[in-house]
Design a protein around this ligand. Sequence first.
Ligand code: PLP
Length: 404
Amino acid sequence: MRRVYLDHAATTPVHPQVAKVAVQYMTETFGNPSSIHCFGREARQAVEGARATVASLIGAQPEEIYFTSGGTEADNLAIQGVALAAADGRGHIITSQVEHHAVLHTCEFLEKRGFDVTYLPVDGHGMVDPDQVARAIRKDTVLITVMLANNEVGTIQPIADIARLAREKGVPVHTDAVQAAGNIPVDVNRLGVDLMSLSSHKIYGPKGTGALYVRRGTRISPTVHGGAHERGLRAGTENVPGILAMAKASELAQAEMPQRMAHVARLRDRFLKGLMEKVPDVRLNGHPTARLPNNASVSVLYVEGESVLLNLDLQGIAASSGSACTSGRLEPSHVLVAMGIPHDISQGSLRFSFGRGNTEEDVDYVLEVLPSVIARLRAMSPLGPGKKQAGPAGGRAGAARGRG
Ligand code: PLP
């Protein structure tokens, strides 16, 4: 059976050149970077080279990059680290309602420990209003954290505007760029942010490796304690193969970015055009233009996204309907809820995210399979134009599952 992977926002396959680098740093250059002998020195030199490569992807200085175990840890370190450094157990944080759970749950954790958090609403496209951010700033605001690109609907936030307004009031800005960095051009200075989270596995690097950019001069405390690794901000022997692999993935992403962006946007547009032509009552989720080039998040009316996914999976097609990080929970996605999408529409939400390995034949295969899956499910559904309405969700709630 043909297999088509359209879930690159959840994770990407490791690029063969990246895998080669990882193996080299597991088997040959395996020293501990803290060791003073030549094995250690080689590993140290490699890690510092990797730091410069990752820094270059986002226009940062090498000493502003701190390697972590991934995007989740980078988000935790940014938010908890700045909160701890700035306040004596209390203070105010501004975020948005559409953040990844790595941000939302970290904010909730701090809320339980005495911090105040403002969760800003978004518009129907999932966009945060920079003026609302500015109005939410208080004297005790210690951090603003708003993501650069949304993992579910792909909307790209006006971070440069938010950061400009925040800077006027002296409040540091963190952005979760896990879905953006390496997939679209990202520059910390053009954006004006103070902290930025990165992850390797969204850009054809391995899972469990990421980084936090911290602008020089930003006050931040460690959250993992131990040795003096990562200049005292993140203890733990460096994941040398992961770090070197992330650097290779970053280097390739930087070199191939225009081609990759054009490729996935072409496939995404072919897919959306075909879907809209073949299937009535399909809506695009997220911003029509300010969105990631590989993201096609849609709501298919009168079906449950979960049922569509299971049927697609039977035919070798992998996509997602909710968030991988909320796997198994039968709740509509918090992002679609925040965007004000009614429950009977959001339950039919599906995310297709394209990658460098996809082809036009992949898209055409999906366009062959998907319309008939939807037609079959709609024929069985109690919902639909002209049919009697069977409650807001037509049964059980739309499942949140399978998204990164
Ligand atoms: N932030 C966003 C926007 C994401 O999409 C993800 C992953 O799905 C994360 C953070 C977490 O990154 P990681 O999987 O590297 O922990």
